[in-house]
Design a protein around this ligand. Sequence first.
Ligand code: SAH
Ligand code: SF4
Length: 399
Amino acid sequence: MSKESKIYKNSPKKVHIRTFGCQMNEYDSEVIKTNLLQRGYLFTEESEEADVILVNGCSVREHAEERLWRNLENLRRLREEKPELIFGVLGCIAQNHKENIFKRFPFVNLVCGPHNLPEIFNHIENLNSRTRILAVDEEERDLENFHLTSTPGVEGGSPRRGYVLIMSGCNNFCSYCVVPYLRGREKSRRMESILEEVRMLVESGHEEITLLGQNVNSYRLQATGCKLQAKNNKNDFVELLREVNKIDGVEKISFATSHPKDASEELFKAMRDLPKVDKYLHLPFQSGSNRILKLMRRGYTREDYLGQIKKLKEILPQCKISTDVIVGFPGEREEDFQETKELMEEVKFDNAYIFKYSPRPGTAAARLRDDVPLEIKKERNQVLLELQKRIARRKNVKM
Ligand code: SAH
Ligand code: SF4
Protein backbone atom coordinates (compact mmCIF):
# COMPACT_ATOMS: atom_id res chain seq x y z
CA MET A 1 0.00 0.00 0.00
CA SER A 2 1.34 3.42 -0.84
CA LYS A 3 2.14 5.87 1.91
CA GLU A 4 -0.56 8.21 0.63
CA SER A 5 -3.38 5.71 0.72
CA LYS A 6 -2.27 4.42 4.12
CA ILE A 7 -2.56 7.89 5.58
CA TYR A 8 -5.91 8.46 3.95
CA LYS A 9 -7.39 5.21 5.25
CA ASN A 10 -6.03 5.27 8.76
CA SER A 11 -6.13 8.83 9.92
CA PRO A 12 -7.00 11.63 7.55
CA LYS A 13 -5.48 14.58 9.36
CA LYS A 14 -7.39 17.83 9.20
CA VAL A 15 -5.53 20.98 8.24
CA HIS A 16 -6.62 24.53 8.91
CA ILE A 17 -4.77 27.15 6.86
CA ARG A 18 -4.90 30.93 7.19
CA THR A 19 -3.39 33.24 4.62
CA PHE A 20 -2.21 36.79 5.31
CA GLY A 21 -1.02 39.06 2.53
CA CYS A 22 -0.96 39.22 -1.20
CA GLN A 23 -2.21 37.14 -4.13
CA MET A 24 1.16 35.41 -4.21
CA ASN A 25 0.48 34.02 -0.76
CA GLU A 26 -3.03 33.03 -1.79
CA TYR A 27 -1.48 31.12 -4.65
CA ASP A 28 1.03 29.42 -2.37
CA SER A 29 -1.79 28.40 -0.05
CA GLU A 30 -3.67 26.85 -2.97
CA VAL A 31 -0.56 24.89 -3.90
CA ILE A 32 -0.13 23.71 -0.33
CA LYS A 33 -3.76 22.61 -0.27
CA THR A 34 -3.37 20.64 -3.49
CA ASN A 35 -0.17 19.06 -2.26
CA LEU A 36 -1.74 17.92 1.00
CA LEU A 37 -5.11 16.95 -0.46
CA GLN A 38 -3.40 14.67 -2.96
CA ARG A 39 -1.81 12.91 -0.04
CA GLY A 40 -5.01 12.31 1.83
CA TYR A 41 -5.21 15.26 4.16
CA LEU A 42 -8.51 17.04 4.72
CA PHE A 43 -9.10 20.74 5.16
CA THR A 44 -11.28 22.49 7.68
CA GLU A 45 -12.42 26.06 8.13
CA GLU A 46 -12.64 25.52 11.89
CA SER A 47 -9.36 25.87 13.75
CA GLU A 48 -10.89 23.92 16.68
CA GLU A 49 -11.28 20.83 14.48
CA ALA A 50 -7.75 20.86 13.08
CA ASP A 51 -4.82 18.51 13.70
CA VAL A 52 -2.48 20.85 11.86
CA ILE A 53 -2.72 24.66 11.83
CA LEU A 54 -0.76 26.51 9.14
CA VAL A 55 -0.41 30.27 8.88
CA ASN A 56 0.99 31.49 5.59
CA GLY A 57 2.04 35.11 5.43
CA CYS A 58 3.59 37.97 3.63
CA SER A 59 6.50 39.95 5.00
CA VAL A 60 6.29 42.86 2.58
CA ARG A 61 4.78 45.24 5.12
CA GLU A 62 5.06 45.33 8.86
CA HIS A 63 1.31 45.72 9.22
CA ALA A 64 0.59 42.38 7.49
CA GLU A 65 3.17 40.69 9.71
CA GLU A 66 1.61 42.10 12.86
CA ARG A 67 -1.78 40.74 11.89
CA LEU A 68 -0.32 37.27 11.45
CA TRP A 69 1.52 37.36 14.78
CA ARG A 70 -1.65 38.41 16.60
CA ASN A 71 -3.59 35.61 14.95
CA LEU A 72 -0.96 33.05 15.82
CA GLU A 73 -0.92 34.17 19.44
CA ASN A 74 -4.71 33.79 19.60
CA LEU A 75 -4.49 30.26 18.23
CA ARG A 76 -1.98 29.20 20.88
CA ARG A 77 -4.75 28.27 23.37
CA LEU A 78 -5.82 25.41 21.07
CA ARG A 79 -2.63 23.54 21.94
CA GLU A 80 -3.76 23.43 25.58
CA GLU A 81 -7.01 21.81 24.52
CA LYS A 82 -5.30 19.46 22.03
CA PRO A 83 -1.69 18.68 23.03
CA GLU A 84 -0.91 16.82 19.77
CA LEU A 85 -1.78 19.84 17.59
CA ILE A 86 0.94 20.86 15.09
CA PHE A 87 1.58 24.53 14.24
CA GLY A 88 3.37 25.75 11.11
CA VAL A 89 4.40 29.25 9.94
CA LEU A 90 4.92 29.41 6.18
CA GLY A 91 5.87 31.75 3.35
CA CYS A 92 7.87 34.97 3.20
CA ILE A 93 7.37 35.64 6.88
CA ALA A 94 9.00 32.30 7.72
CA GLN A 95 11.91 33.08 5.41
CA ASN A 96 12.30 36.50 6.97
CA HIS A 97 12.26 35.52 10.66
CA LYS A 98 13.58 31.95 10.51
CA GLU A 99 14.45 30.41 13.93
CA ASN A 100 13.42 33.59 15.74
CA ILE A 101 9.84 32.41 15.23
CA PHE A 102 10.55 29.42 17.51
CA LYS A 103 11.96 31.79 20.12
CA ARG A 104 8.98 34.11 20.04
CA PHE A 105 6.33 31.39 19.65
CA PRO A 106 7.74 28.23 21.29
CA PHE A 107 4.62 26.23 20.42
CA VAL A 108 5.38 26.45 16.65
CA ASN A 109 6.68 23.20 15.12
CA LEU A 110 7.38 24.12 11.52
CA VAL A 111 8.93 27.20 9.93
CA CYS A 112 8.90 26.76 6.17
CA GLY A 113 9.93 29.43 3.63
CA PRO A 114 8.67 29.79 0.04
CA HIS A 115 11.49 27.73 -1.46
CA ASN A 116 10.70 24.76 0.77
CA LEU A 117 6.95 24.63 0.27
CA PRO A 118 7.16 21.67 -2.16
CA GLU A 119 8.42 19.53 0.74
CA ILE A 120 5.70 20.56 3.13
CA PHE A 121 4.02 17.16 3.13
CA ASN A 122 7.22 15.42 4.28
CA HIS A 123 7.79 17.99 6.98
CA ILE A 124 4.31 17.62 8.40
CA GLU A 125 4.61 13.83 8.30
CA ASN A 126 7.89 13.94 10.21
CA LEU A 127 6.65 16.24 12.95
CA ASN A 128 4.85 15.81 16.20
CA SER A 129 3.80 18.52 18.60
CA ARG A 130 7.09 18.29 20.55
CA THR A 131 9.47 18.47 17.56
CA ARG A 132 10.58 21.27 15.27
CA ILE A 133 11.66 21.65 11.66
CA LEU A 134 13.26 24.76 10.19
CA ALA A 135 13.15 24.73 6.36
CA VAL A 136 14.33 28.05 4.93
CA ASP A 137 16.60 27.30 1.97
CA GLU A 138 18.00 30.28 0.14
CA GLU A 139 18.01 28.74 -3.31
CA GLU A 140 15.09 28.99 -5.67
CA ARG A 141 12.47 26.31 -5.73
CA ASP A 142 11.90 24.00 -8.65
CA LEU A 143 9.11 25.95 -10.27
CA GLU A 144 8.23 23.34 -12.83
CA ASN A 145 7.50 20.72 -10.20
CA PHE A 146 5.60 22.99 -7.92
CA HIS A 147 2.49 24.00 -9.68
CA LEU A 148 -0.78 22.39 -10.77
CA THR A 149 -2.87 24.31 -8.38
CA SER A 150 -6.34 23.15 -9.34
CA THR A 151 -8.14 22.53 -6.12
CA PRO A 152 -11.77 21.82 -6.91
CA GLY A 153 -13.90 21.50 -3.85
CA VAL A 154 -11.38 22.97 -1.45
CA GLU A 155 -13.23 24.99 1.11
CA GLY A 156 -12.28 28.62 0.89
CA GLY A 157 -10.89 28.22 -2.64
CA SER A 158 -12.51 30.17 -5.44
CA PRO A 159 -14.37 27.79 -7.72
CA ARG A 160 -14.20 30.10 -10.72
CA ARG A 161 -10.87 31.85 -10.48
CA GLY A 162 -7.59 30.00 -10.71
CA TYR A 163 -4.15 31.51 -10.12
CA VAL A 164 -1.12 30.52 -12.15
CA LEU A 165 2.35 31.59 -11.16
CA ILE A 166 4.25 32.53 -14.31
CA MET A 167 7.42 33.68 -12.64
CA SER A 168 8.85 33.87 -9.17
CA GLY A 169 11.17 36.34 -7.45
CA CYS A 170 12.16 39.81 -8.55
CA ASN A 171 15.31 41.52 -9.84
CA ASN A 172 14.24 45.10 -9.30
CA PHE A 173 15.43 45.71 -5.76
CA CYS A 174 13.22 48.73 -5.14
CA SER A 175 14.90 50.21 -2.10
CA TYR A 176 11.96 49.64 0.30
CA CYS A 177 11.11 46.12 -0.77
CA VAL A 178 12.05 42.83 0.82
CA VAL A 179 10.68 40.57 -1.95
CA PRO A 180 13.98 39.96 -3.82
CA TYR A 181 15.61 38.91 -0.54
CA LEU A 182 12.85 36.50 0.44
CA ARG A 183 11.66 35.16 -2.91
CA GLY A 184 14.99 35.24 -4.70
CA ARG A 185 15.88 36.38 -8.21
CA GLU A 186 13.43 36.50 -11.07
CA LYS A 187 12.80 33.16 -12.69
CA SER A 188 10.25 32.54 -15.47
CA ARG A 189 8.37 29.30 -15.91
CA ARG A 190 8.30 27.44 -19.21
CA MET A 191 5.36 28.54 -21.33
CA GLU A 192 4.26 24.95 -22.01
CA SER A 193 4.10 24.20 -18.32
CA ILE A 194 2.03 27.35 -17.67
CA LEU A 195 -0.39 26.47 -20.47
CA GLU A 196 -0.72 22.93 -19.14
CA GLU A 197 -1.63 24.31 -15.75
CA VAL A 198 -4.22 26.65 -17.29
CA ARG A 199 -5.78 23.69 -19.12
CA MET A 200 -5.93 21.73 -15.87
CA LEU A 201 -7.63 24.62 -14.14
CA VAL A 202 -10.18 24.85 -16.94
CA GLU A 203 -10.85 21.11 -16.70
CA SER A 204 -11.53 21.46 -13.01
CA GLY A 205 -14.09 24.19 -13.60
CA HIS A 206 -12.11 27.43 -13.42
CA GLU A 207 -13.14 30.03 -15.99
CA GLU A 208 -11.06 33.00 -14.89
CA ILE A 209 -7.31 32.78 -14.91
CA THR A 210 -5.04 35.19 -13.08
CA LEU A 211 -1.40 35.11 -14.15
CA LEU A 212 0.86 36.02 -11.27
CA GLY A 213 4.36 37.43 -10.99
CA GLN A 214 6.02 40.35 -9.22
CA ASN A 215 6.76 41.95 -12.58
CA VAL A 216 4.89 40.05 -15.27
CA ASN A 217 6.21 42.24 -18.08
CA SER A 218 9.67 40.89 -17.59
CA TYR A 219 8.44 37.33 -18.17
CA ARG A 220 10.94 35.64 -20.47
CA LEU A 221 10.38 32.66 -22.74
CA GLN A 222 12.94 29.96 -22.48
CA ALA A 223 13.72 26.97 -24.61
CA THR A 224 14.61 24.81 -21.64
CA GLY A 225 15.05 25.01 -17.89
CA CYS A 226 14.32 27.93 -15.67
CA LYS A 227 17.38 30.13 -16.06
CA LEU A 228 16.61 33.70 -16.95
CA GLN A 229 17.69 34.63 -20.46
CA ALA A 230 19.07 37.92 -21.66
CA LYS A 231 16.46 40.65 -21.59
CA ASN A 232 16.34 41.04 -25.35
CA ASN A 233 12.69 40.41 -25.99
CA LYS A 234 10.32 42.79 -24.31
CA ASN A 235 7.23 41.02 -25.58
CA ASP A 236 7.34 37.51 -24.21
CA PHE A 237 4.52 38.23 -21.79
CA VAL A 238 2.34 39.34 -24.68
CA GLU A 239 3.14 36.02 -26.41
CA LEU A 240 2.01 34.21 -23.30
CA LEU A 241 -1.23 36.21 -23.15
CA ARG A 242 -1.94 35.28 -26.79
CA GLU A 243 -1.47 31.60 -26.03
CA VAL A 244 -3.66 31.64 -22.93
CA ASN A 245 -6.30 33.54 -24.88
CA LYS A 246 -6.48 30.61 -27.33
CA ILE A 247 -7.39 28.04 -24.69
CA ASP A 248 -11.00 26.89 -24.91
CA GLY A 249 -12.90 27.27 -21.67
CA VAL A 250 -10.92 30.26 -20.45
CA GLU A 251 -13.43 33.10 -20.17
CA LYS A 252 -11.34 35.83 -18.60
CA ILE A 253 -7.63 36.47 -18.14
CA SER A 254 -6.19 38.92 -15.67
CA PHE A 255 -2.64 39.46 -14.48
CA ALA A 256 -0.60 41.21 -11.82
CA THR A 257 1.67 43.01 -11.31
CA SER A 258 2.92 45.26 -14.10
CA HIS A 259 5.91 47.51 -13.53
CA PRO A 260 5.71 50.96 -15.15
CA LYS A 261 9.24 50.69 -16.52
CA ASP A 262 8.44 47.44 -18.36
CA ALA A 263 4.79 47.81 -19.42
CA SER A 264 4.73 48.45 -23.17
CA GLU A 265 2.55 49.78 -25.92
CA GLU A 266 2.44 46.27 -27.30
CA LEU A 267 0.94 45.06 -24.00
CA PHE A 268 -1.76 47.73 -24.16
CA LYS A 269 -2.57 46.76 -27.75
CA ALA A 270 -2.74 43.09 -26.80
CA MET A 271 -5.11 43.97 -23.97
CA ARG A 272 -7.27 45.78 -26.49
CA ASP A 273 -7.16 43.03 -29.12
CA LEU A 274 -7.37 39.83 -27.09
CA PRO A 275 -11.03 39.43 -26.21
CA LYS A 276 -10.54 37.36 -23.07
CA VAL A 277 -8.04 39.71 -21.46
CA ASP A 278 -9.63 41.81 -18.75
CA LYS A 279 -9.51 45.53 -19.52
CA TYR A 280 -7.90 46.26 -16.20
CA LEU A 281 -4.31 47.18 -15.43
CA HIS A 282 -2.68 47.30 -12.02
CA LEU A 283 0.20 49.74 -12.43
CA PRO A 284 1.73 50.84 -9.12
CA PHE A 285 3.29 54.30 -9.20
CA GLN A 286 4.36 54.43 -5.50
CA SER A 287 5.14 58.18 -5.48
CA GLY A 288 4.44 61.22 -7.62
CA SER A 289 7.74 62.87 -6.68
CA ASN A 290 10.80 62.28 -8.85
CA ARG A 291 13.07 62.81 -5.87
CA ILE A 292 11.32 60.05 -3.92
CA LEU A 293 11.04 57.75 -6.96
CA LYS A 294 14.80 57.99 -7.29
CA LEU A 295 15.32 57.16 -3.63
CA MET A 296 12.92 54.25 -4.11
CA ARG A 297 15.01 53.06 -7.10
CA ARG A 298 11.92 52.56 -9.20
CA GLY A 299 13.62 53.23 -12.54
CA TYR A 300 11.07 55.71 -13.93
CA THR A 301 10.03 59.30 -13.43
CA ARG A 302 6.65 60.86 -12.80
CA GLU A 303 6.64 61.95 -16.47
CA ASP A 304 7.42 58.39 -17.65
CA TYR A 305 4.54 57.08 -15.58
CA LEU A 306 2.09 59.67 -16.86
CA GLY A 307 3.32 58.92 -20.40
CA GLN A 308 2.43 55.23 -19.93
CA ILE A 309 -1.04 56.15 -18.66
CA LYS A 310 -1.58 58.51 -21.61
CA LYS A 311 -0.59 55.78 -24.06
CA LEU A 312 -2.84 53.26 -22.33
CA LYS A 313 -5.82 55.63 -22.41
CA GLU A 314 -5.27 56.35 -26.10
CA ILE A 315 -5.09 52.67 -27.00
CA LEU A 316 -7.72 51.37 -24.61
CA PRO A 317 -9.85 54.25 -23.28
CA GLN A 318 -12.20 52.01 -21.32
CA CYS A 319 -9.37 50.32 -19.40
CA LYS A 320 -9.71 50.41 -15.63
CA ILE A 321 -6.53 51.25 -13.78
CA SER A 322 -5.47 50.57 -10.22
CA THR A 323 -2.30 51.40 -8.39
CA ASP A 324 -0.19 51.11 -5.23
CA VAL A 325 1.12 54.14 -3.35
CA ILE A 326 3.51 54.41 -0.43
CA VAL A 327 3.27 57.41 1.88
CA GLY A 328 5.92 58.46 4.38
CA PHE A 329 8.97 57.09 2.59
CA PRO A 330 12.16 58.41 4.25
CA GLY A 331 12.68 62.05 3.32
CA GLU A 332 9.16 62.54 1.93
CA ARG A 333 8.39 66.23 2.39
CA GLU A 334 5.04 67.94 2.15
CA GLU A 335 5.79 69.02 -1.43
CA ASP A 336 6.63 65.41 -2.43
CA PHE A 337 3.35 64.29 -0.96
CA GLN A 338 1.49 67.03 -2.85
CA GLU A 339 2.97 65.69 -6.08
CA THR A 340 1.64 62.24 -5.23
CA LYS A 341 -1.76 63.73 -4.56
CA GLU A 342 -1.72 65.66 -7.82
CA LEU A 343 -0.80 62.55 -9.76
CA MET A 344 -3.77 60.74 -8.28
CA GLU A 345 -6.04 63.66 -9.11
CA GLU A 346 -4.74 63.68 -12.66
CA VAL A 347 -4.96 59.95 -13.42
CA LYS A 348 -8.20 59.27 -11.53
CA PHE A 349 -7.54 55.65 -10.72
CA ASP A 350 -10.39 53.20 -10.40
CA ASN A 351 -8.78 51.77 -7.31
CA ALA A 352 -5.73 52.60 -5.21
CA TYR A 353 -3.99 50.64 -2.46
CA ILE A 354 -2.28 53.08 -0.13
CA PHE A 355 0.40 51.91 2.26
CA LYS A 356 2.26 53.61 5.08
CA TYR A 357 5.98 53.05 4.63
CA SER A 358 7.52 50.58 7.06
CA PRO A 359 11.26 49.85 7.03
CA ARG A 360 12.04 46.24 6.09
CA PRO A 361 15.24 44.85 7.55
CA GLY A 362 17.96 44.20 4.99
CA THR A 363 16.61 46.57 2.34
CA ALA A 364 18.50 49.64 1.12
CA ALA A 365 15.86 52.04 2.48
CA ALA A 366 16.17 50.52 5.94
CA ARG A 367 19.54 52.29 6.14
CA LEU A 368 17.79 55.65 5.67
CA ARG A 369 16.32 57.39 8.69
CA ASP A 370 12.59 56.60 8.92
CA ASP A 371 12.03 60.29 9.52
CA VAL A 372 8.37 60.81 8.66
CA PRO A 373 6.49 60.56 11.98
CA LEU A 374 3.76 57.93 12.19
CA GLU A 375 1.15 60.63 12.74
CA ILE A 376 2.09 62.26 9.43
CA LYS A 377 2.08 58.89 7.65
CA LYS A 378 -1.42 58.23 8.99
CA GLU A 379 -2.58 61.69 7.98
CA ARG A 380 -1.21 61.37 4.42
CA ASN A 381 -2.70 57.90 4.16
CA GLN A 382 -6.09 59.28 5.18
CA VAL A 383 -5.89 62.20 2.74
CA LEU A 384 -5.22 59.82 -0.17
CA LEU A 385 -7.91 57.36 0.92
CA GLU A 386 -10.45 60.16 0.98
CA LEU A 387 -9.26 61.55 -2.32
CA GLN A 388 -9.59 58.12 -3.90
CA LYS A 389 -13.08 57.72 -2.46
CA ARG A 390 -14.12 61.06 -3.98
CA ILE A 391 -12.66 60.08 -7.36
CA ALA A 392 -14.44 56.72 -7.31
CA ARG A 393 -17.73 58.37 -6.35
CA ARG A 394 -17.44 60.90 -9.17
CA LYS A 395 -16.67 58.10 -11.62
CA ASN A 396 -19.69 56.11 -10.46
CA VAL A 397 -22.01 59.09 -10.85
CA LYS A 398 -20.70 59.61 -14.40
CA MET A 399 -21.33 55.97 -15.25
N1 SAH B 1 5.79 43.69 -7.39
C1 SAH B 1 4.79 44.62 -7.16
C2 SAH B 1 4.30 44.76 -5.73
C3 SAH B 1 4.91 44.03 -4.64
S1 SAH B 1 4.58 44.44 -2.98
C4 SAH B 1 5.24 45.98 -7.67
O1 SAH B 1 6.38 46.23 -7.88
O2 SAH B 1 4.40 46.81 -7.81
C5 SAH B 1 3.02 45.23 -3.00
C6 SAH B 1 3.05 46.65 -2.57
O3 SAH B 1 3.45 46.77 -1.23
C7 SAH B 1 4.03 47.54 -3.31
O4 SAH B 1 3.55 47.95 -4.57
C8 SAH B 1 4.21 48.69 -2.36
O5 SAH B 1 3.29 49.71 -2.60
C9 SAH B 1 3.96 48.06 -0.99
N2 SAH B 1 5.19 47.95 -0.21
C10 SAH B 1 6.26 47.18 -0.46
N3 SAH B 1 7.20 47.36 0.49
C11 SAH B 1 6.72 48.26 1.36
C12 SAH B 1 7.21 48.86 2.55
N4 SAH B 1 8.42 48.59 3.03
N5 SAH B 1 6.41 49.74 3.21
C13 SAH B 1 5.19 50.03 2.74
N6 SAH B 1 4.67 49.51 1.61
C14 SAH B 1 5.42 48.63 0.93
FE1 SF4 C 1 9.37 44.70 -4.68
FE2 SF4 C 1 9.99 46.46 -6.59
FE3 SF4 C 1 10.17 43.83 -7.07
FE4 SF4 C 1 7.78 44.98 -6.79
S1 SF4 C 1 9.26 45.41 -8.42
S2 SF4 C 1 8.47 43.06 -5.85
S3 SF4 C 1 8.15 46.53 -5.25
S4 SF4 C 1 11.41 44.98 -5.63
